[in-house]
Design a protein around this ligand. Sequence first.
Ligand SMILES: [Zn+2]
Ligand SMILES: [Zn+2]
Ligand SMILES: [Zn+2]
Length: 362
Amino acid sequence: MPDHPADTGETREIRLNPIVPAESVLVATARSMRPKKAEDLAPRDTRKHVETCPFCRGNEHKTPPAILTWPETGEWQIRMVENLYPVLGDDRVQSNFSFGLQQTIDGYGRHEVIIDHHEHGTAIHEMTESHLAALFVVYQNRMRQLFESDERLQYVLVFKNFGPAAGASIPHTHSQVIAMPVVPENVEAEVRNSAAHYAKHHHCIFCALIDEALTFEATIYDRGSGAVRRKINVGQYVIERGEHFIAIKPFASRYEWEVHILPLVHQADFLNAPADTFDDLARVLRRTMARLDAVIGGAQYNFFLHAVPHDKDQLAHDASYHWHLEICPRTSIPTGFELGSGLFVNTISPEQAAERLRAVEL
Ligand SMILES: [Zn+2]
Ligand SMILES: [Zn+2]
Ligand SMILES: [Zn+2]
């Protein structure tokens, strides 16, 4: 029975995430290796307007008052409000708690909702690029305001759950902003490991991965027989390339259709991204989402922004950390194998996934 990638076109290998090695992925494309099945996902809501939806235009009285709107006058296109059910609350009088092995940190912070579009079920790839660019300006302005409002805040996480498969509890398209007094562990791991890489190699690992995605070319031979084991082609992980941003398929993708978008020029803090590059970011994101939607057939996903934390070490990480947007489409549900082993299982090789995404005609 052939078990070699070169023999069957199948891949079966454990790939280490180059930035966070603890996050490894089992890429197993052979049908017999599939430990999980793609689920029939509940369809997303595609209606333009829903009378009973608190986020639809005309129902503004059903939400807390707006923190900001875009545009500021006239009919709003984007609207930001407090979350009615925050996971972190405003100042509570409660101190950190520690007893033996049990420790808590005060759940202080802010939790806000950005209604991304006045239309109810509009997907990212259906929005105009100028609308998406405005959305990034809203993300940036609000992050800046939050950091300036309270020096205890170390991280502002901007994320979006789209579709029931991605855990979106309200079907109207929206993003969320959570400002917190701690740095989330997965961001901390990226920051820590990229700093260690920088100390050793004197360059940013994210920049190196972008360079590799754009230029890497290699042929790996089998040591015993001398046969070609794998050919790596130039640009095979690149999904979209703009003037300022690039969308790449990570070599060790946790999710079948995971794509990351990064600025081409090194930048640690999303707050420093020039607003005049957001048209390009919007274009790269919209085209990437259109490709995902075409290949998956209605993408339901989580996306989140990772940027350098505003903690005491922020300046030390300016050269080694590189902000990015991670897009994780949900096409299956994790199994006991994944939860028990901590190993993500990806049943489509990232190389093939990238090829299929690039092949979509836009
Ligand atoms: Zn709605
Ligand atoms: Zn960089
Ligand atoms: Zn990240």
